[in-house]
Design a protein around this ligand. Structure first.
Ligand SMILES: Nc1nc2c(c(=O)[nH]1)N(C=O)[C@@H](CNc1ccc(C(=O)N[C@@H](CCC(=O)O)C(=O)O)cc1)CN2
Ligand SMILES: Nc1nc2c(ncn2[C@@H]2O[C@H](COP(=O)(O)OP(=O)(O)OP(=O)(O)O)[C@@H](O)[C@H]2O)c(=O)[nH]1
Ligand SMILES: [Mg+2]
Length: 437
């Protein structure tokens, strides 16, 4: 990572061409850049229409210029924005004029956000929330991300750290009065109660890890059944496009085929699998291995049983933790039993109802998107470590050792917000961003 003395610039809006393109420039050269291209610096935080000229005095574009003075800007540095017409050549010409200035260079991915973090404008959880917000594709993902980017996760973690710090302070204070009788027992009891409350809260929070996982990676739904049950046909019907090969030859699908759907704001990964049966075909066997693997990790298994020959899988093939929804397929070829969910990709019968049922189960698994849950494995891992450390606290621990355990736990929690021990994590976190953020 290059030094912060350099001023960075990048296209911060979407792809080109577009209606408007926003170039963002952060660093000490921001005012010089505005003065050079636009003549003079407009009043702070006011959008001003300016003629932008290159170094030869040629007009580049007529655009909006905004100046945000540091340190109260998003990056904590002087920040300039150029809102241009979103043509490729317009943007290229403006970038060329800007990078021709001394100490101005193109930004690397995530570098604006990294500077925000380094300058103390945001913490690591907020940076992660921003990355999630940019990546959010469903309503549930957006709601989780906007909470985290807005500092709710940070507040939760900082609250935990404050409580730990308070307990440590109580213990430390107690050491100083160690010669006075009977103080220690009270303090130890108070601290121990507080720590067990804190532990319960942290455990409750990480127990929602699976929900965070669903918001982030989606709820997986695997389609299982004997060959020719109509699995790939269902996949195509739900995806509304021809993703999987369909044929009347049993054993058509071998690889796992995955599509992402947005069901009621919850990302659902629908996985088509190879039909399960006894087969001498080596490749088909490999396909079935993959199918079983996918079934064992799925949040829901759709078990397709065709109406025309009613071949069902044995429980053995379906043995896994996930709930199984039995679906009678090819309903146009036979009659379903009462209460069965019957579908036909030929007539479209039952498909809406099936989608509704999947959405319901996924929504139940994902829980309430307005509840704060641990979305990132990084957070879950660190909190898990802190829980382990704190679980070691026994009431009869000598107070000095108790204090040491608490110190070690708060050191770990410090890594959550980026207060300490995160240098090696920074590249990982900020490289997830696109350039211009
Ligand atoms: N044109 C434009 N639109 C944008 C952004 C941007 O940087 N530029 N954002 C960027 O991601 C988001 C909005 N977020 C922003 C957050 C803080 C500040 C800002 O200047 N904050 C200062 C001043 C606050 C104030 O005046 O009260 C601050 O935090 O102190 C600007 C935008 C989305 N839309
Ligand atoms: N009549 C009728 N035929 C269907 C229906 N769905 C699929 N089929 C036919 O059943 C045959 C098998 O369909 P696929 O979707 O390829 O079945 P599959 O379960 O993916 O089969 P494998 O990949 O071999 O495991 C094809 O000829 C489809 O056209 C249906 O709802 N009604
Ligand atoms: Mg298939």
């Amino acid at each position: 990572m290059a030094t912060m003395n350099e001023t960075i610039v990048a296209l911060s809006s979407g792809g080109l061409p577009s209606g408007v393109a926003v170039l963002r420039l952060s660093g000490t050269m921001a005012t010089v850049a505005i003065r050079t291209l636009a003549g003079s610096v407009p009043p702070e935080r006011r959008a001003s229409l300016r003629v932008l000229k290159d170094h030869d005095g040629q007009i580049i574009d007529r655009g909006i210029v905004v100046f945000f003075p540091g340190p109260d800007s998003v990056t904590g540095e002087d920040l300039a924005e150029f809102h241009l017409h979103g043509g490729k050549a317009v943007v290229a010409a403006c970038l060329a004029a800007l990078t021709a200035l001394p100490d101005v260079r193109l930004a690397q991915p995530g570098e604006f956000t990294r500077r925000s973090f380094i300058n103390g404008r945001i913490d690591l959880t907020e940076a992660e929330g921003l990355a999630d917000l940019l990546a959010a594709e469903t309503e549930g993902q957006r709601r989780q991300a906007v909470m985290q980017a807005g500092g709710e996760t940070r507040a939760l973690y900082e609250g935990w750290m404050k409580r730990l710090t308070f307990c440590r302070a109580m213990l430390e204070a107690d050491f100083d009065f160690a010669d006075e009788d009977d103080v220690s027992d009270d303090v130890a009891a108070d601290v121990s109660r507080e720590i067990s409350d804190l532990l319960a809260e942290m455990r409750g929070y990480v127990s929602h890890a699976h929900q965070g996982e669903i918001f982030r990676n989606g709820f997986s739904v695997a389609i299982a059944g004997v060959p020719n049950a109509g699995k790939s046909s269902l996949m195509n019907a739900l995806a509304r496009r021809d993703v999987a090969i369909v044929s009347d030859i049993p054993g058509t699908t071998r690889d796992l085929i995955e599509v992402s759907l947005d069901l009621r704001g919850i990302p659902v990964r629908l996985i088509d699998t190879a039909g399960l049966r006894d087969s001498p075909d080596r490749i088909e066997q490999l396909g079935m291995d993959r199918a079983r693997e996918a079934l064992s990790h799925a949040g829901l298994v759709l078990h397709l049983v065709p109406s025309d020959d009613a071949m069902e899988l044995t429980l053995n093939d379906l043995a896994n933790e996930a709930p199984v929804l039995k679906v009678r397929s090819k309903s146009d070829l036979g009659t379903a039993q009462d209460g069965e969910l019957a579908i036909s990709t030929r007539t479209g019968e039952g498909l809406d109802e099936l989608v509704e049922r999947i959405a319901q189960i996924a929504a139940e698994a994902a829980g309430d998107p307005s509840q704060l849950v641990p979305v990132h494995t990084r957070q879950r891992d660190i909190i898990g470590q802190a829980i382990l450390v704190l679980s070691d606290c026994q009431d009869d621990l000598p107070l000095e050792i108790y204090a040491e355990v608490l110190r070690s736990a708060s050191e770990r929690l410090g890594a959550l917000t980026g207060q300490r021990g995160v240098e090696d994590m920074l590249d990982v976190i900020f490289s997830q961003f696109c350039i211009g953020k």
